[in-house]
Design a protein around this ligand. Structure first.
Ligand code: UDX
Length: 441
């Protein structure tokens, strides 16, 4: 099939390369000319394990190329348009900003008007519930079918999650003709995945939109739940790591997404729960998801807690003190710093006058671009040299495997706050460190 993928960020670049690897003929479109040039060269503009290989193979096969939007001529002959643009948080409220989605549909309309084809449009962006219905109405006069097909990919596992997802969700039109057509076209695109046994779940538009935001809300709630328990542990002398381990043995609860620490960040969970609350308000059902405000607040309080613990570890004042922050990305194996808890804490300590040095194996380029006021050092040992306090805030393997005895010989004062509860507390204490975890005694 001839496919377009409109928006080549974390989602779209991976989707385009993976669809070409399935044998489709793919054109990826983006407004960022630099990004298009980089992708056409076979380079990945962000850190995503496994993507470079599949991108280069797909480019070499001749089935994948990228063009600068609007690229109307390139879009004319397409059978299926995937919309994979971002829906960031609006600058003025918690709502999602749909301007990129709307311009993607503008591009599709322009291409369709100069074509004899009637392509199927497949929305993958995370949108407020009700958006698909409105977009379907918008393109109905052109005779186009819309399917809402949310993605659930995790950064750092994006290729795996795209080619072997837990499930494929199809949100279909209430109009039977559009529903049958949309389903059969998506079935053809995903034929090899369906043949491999990946479950396909068919539903209406609002349900499909809700699956995505409900999944992310559930994950955020699970993390904030255990972080709330960390607050209880701190007040009572409990240990949240042992608590989570014991809870996880109940298979109804499970131990995944039950790691307490500095909390969640990234380009999805924080903005998706805020957009959900905002949409629920518009719908007059804000009480139904009011708890998500609490989830957000618990999450923010963990960042405050690390700042408070830093002050306490340094005798009540951080000004002039050397603080080394291990990790800048919102999670390991990523260079994404959007809403990174690590950088939020680093920035706040910097604003209190601390001499903060941030290190990260992959994300420092992004830090230097967006937060030039922060000092960076790519070499871990150089970053640790002379530190009065160390904060581990993103759990890269390299930091988990640090030898406390070796690091002790480098820092000025052996004090560490383990913001992800990943270090062996006993080993660090035995090596002479003042160790603090979050929610641990
Ligand atoms: C998330 C969803 O997992 C994915 O399904 C959706 O498509 C997009 O949003 P992602 O943003 O890549 O994916 O990150 P994820 O792995 O979910 O982690 C989110 C944040 O939660 C990270 O900051 C991580 O450090 C934090 N986290 C995760 C915890 O603090 N504790 C945990 O137990 C798990």
């Amino acid at each position: 099939m001839k496919i377009s993928v409109i928006g080549c960020g974390y989602l779209g670049a991976v989707h385009a390369a993976c669809m070409a690897s399935l044998g489709h003929d793919v054109i990826g479109v983006d407004i960022d000319a630099d990004k298009v040039a980089v992708l056409n060269r076979g380079d990945v503009p962000f850190f995503e394990p496994g993507l470079e290989q599949i991108l280069q193979q797909s480019l070499a096969s001749g089935r994948l190329r990228f063009a600068v939007a609007p690229a109307t001529d390139e879009l004319v002959d397409v059978d299926v348009h995937f919309v994979t643009v971002g829906t960031p948080q609006s600058a003025t409220s918690g709502a999602a900003d749909l301007s990129f989605v709307n311009s993607a549909f503008d591009m599709i309309e322009a291409a369709v008007k100069s074509s004899t084809k009637k392509p199927v449009v497949v929305g993958k962006s995370t949108v407020p519930v009700g958006t698909a219905h409105a977009l379907a109405k918008r393109i109905a006069p052109l005779g186009l079918t819309l399917v809402w097909n949310p993605e659930f990919l995790r950064e750092s596992f994006a290729v795996e999650d795209t080619l072997r997802p837990d499930r494929l969700v199809y949100g279909l039109s209430d109009d039977p003709a559009h529903a049958v057509h949309g389903q059969s076209v998506l079935d053809e695109i995903y034929a090899s995945m369906l043949a491999a046994g990946i479950p396909r779940l068919v539903m209406n538009y609002p349900t499909a939109e809700l699956v995505k935001v409900a999944a992310n809300s559930f994950l955020a709630t699970k993390i904030s739940f255990i972080n709330a328990m960390a607050e209880l542990c701190e007040a009572t002398g409990g240990d949240v790591v042992e608590l989570a381990h014991a809870l996880g043995h109940d298979v109804r609860i499970g131990n995944r997404f039950l790691s307490a620490g500095v909390g969640f960040g990234g380009g999805c969970l924080p903005k998706d729960i805020r957009a959900f609350v905002s949409r629920a308000e518009e719908l007059g059902v804000e009480d139904a998801v009011g708890f998500l405000r609490e989830v957000d607040e618990i999450n923010q309080r963990r960042r405050d807690r690390v700042v408070d613990l830093s002050f306490a570890a340094l005798g009540g004042a951080v000004a002039g003190k050397k603080i080394t922050v291990l990790g800048a990305a919102f999670k390991p194996n990523s260079d994404d710093i959007r809403d990174s808890p690590a950088l939020d804490v680093a920035l706040r300590l910097h604003e209190h006058g601390a001499q903060v040095t941030v290190t990260d194996p992959e994300a420092l380029g992004a830090v230097e671009k967006r937060l030039p006021q922060l000092r960076t050092q790519v070499e871990t040992m150089a970053a640790l040299k002379g530190a009065d306090l160390v904060l581990l805030l993103t759990e890269w393997d390299e930091y988990k495997n640090l030898d406390p005895a070796v690091v002790r010989g480098i820092v000025a004062h052996p004090k560490i706050i383990d913001g992800r509860n990943v270090l062996d507390a006993q080993a660090w204490k035995a090596a002479g460190w003042g160790y603090r975890g979050l929610g641990r005694h």
